[in-house]
Design a protein around this ligand. Structure first.
Ligand code: SAH
Length: 233
């Protein structure tokens, strides 16, 4: 069973259009879709925005629905200047930029008995890179930082860039990274850029959410095609 999650309805809908939905299950104030894509068994959901919602959904996908890997698709704000609206990025690792226990001498993002960075699965990242190469799609790899804030300020963005060496910002990846690390499940994070995370980002986000969501969803489907091919070979 492969778990596929997004944060928002707009991000999940273009994926749902491409799979065969077999069952819809309402659970924990959310809807989970049991589906097939070719011969792959899938469970899909959008979590709602933010780290707590994302952690809850990731846990349910794994613990209740038996997901053996988690693939995330969605949109993000750009940090690196070579990332333009619509560009794709996969995370090497994710972190929580809003965790602050620095007064106790810990580095930003660190929680005792946990860690700052949660690594994404190398095998899944390699599949993504193969897909990008085959299709001639530009795909960046980098750290993705998450927090329960929509970032729309150059100053805050620069702080996150400097502190975590992050390439993009969103609101869920660090939470899913923590859950999948805790439960020992491979995690893949894909995002298409929706805004610059600077002043005016809110306006861009509203304009490009749908288009960027589709770009991410289409790439995710190509990943599934590659996973099917690899299983068959
Ligand atoms: N306009 C939406 C709220 C969007 S919140 C509404 O009214 O419902 C932004 C979502 O996109 C989050 O899920 C987050 O993961 C991602 N995101 C895109 N750009 C972002 C940015 N600049 N800062 C933080 N998250 C961003």
């Amino acid at each position: 069973m492969i778990g596929i999650m997004c944060a928002m309805r707009e991000e999940l809908e273009p994926i749902l259009e491409k799979v065969k939905i077999e069952k819809e299950i309402d659970y924990a104030r959310n809807r989970y879709y049991i589906a097939k894509y070719k011969d792959l068994d899938l469970v899909l959901a959008y979590s709602k925005i933010g780290k707590v919602n994302a952690a809850t959904t990731a846990t349910i996908l794994i613990e209740k629905f038996g997901a053996k890997k988690i693939l995330f698709s969605g949109v993000a704000g750009a940090i690196d200047s070579d990332l333009k609206i619509g560009d794709l990025i996969i995370a090497t690792k994710t972190c929580q930029h809003d965790v602050d226990l620095t007064v106790f001498g810990y580095e930003p993002g660190f929680i005792p008995e946990s860690k700052v960075f949660f690594e994404c699965d190398e095998k899944l990242n390699n599949i993504a890179k193969n897909v990008a190469k085959k299709l001639g799609i530009k795909l960046k790899e980098g750290i993705i930082a998450s927090g329960d804030q929509f970032i729309h300020s150059k100053e805050r963005k620069e702080w996150i860039a400097k502190t975590f060496k992050a390439s993009a910002i969103e609101m869920e990846g660090g939470a899913v990274g923590c859950v999948t690390w805790t439960l020992g499940v491979p995690f893949f994070m894909l995002r298409s850029i929706s805004d610059s995370a600077e002043e005016g980002a809110g306006v861009d986000f509203d304009e490009f959410l749908e288009e960027s969501s589709k770009i991410s969803a289409e790439f995710l489907i190509e990943m599934l095609n590659e996973i099917v091919n690899e299983k068959m070979s």
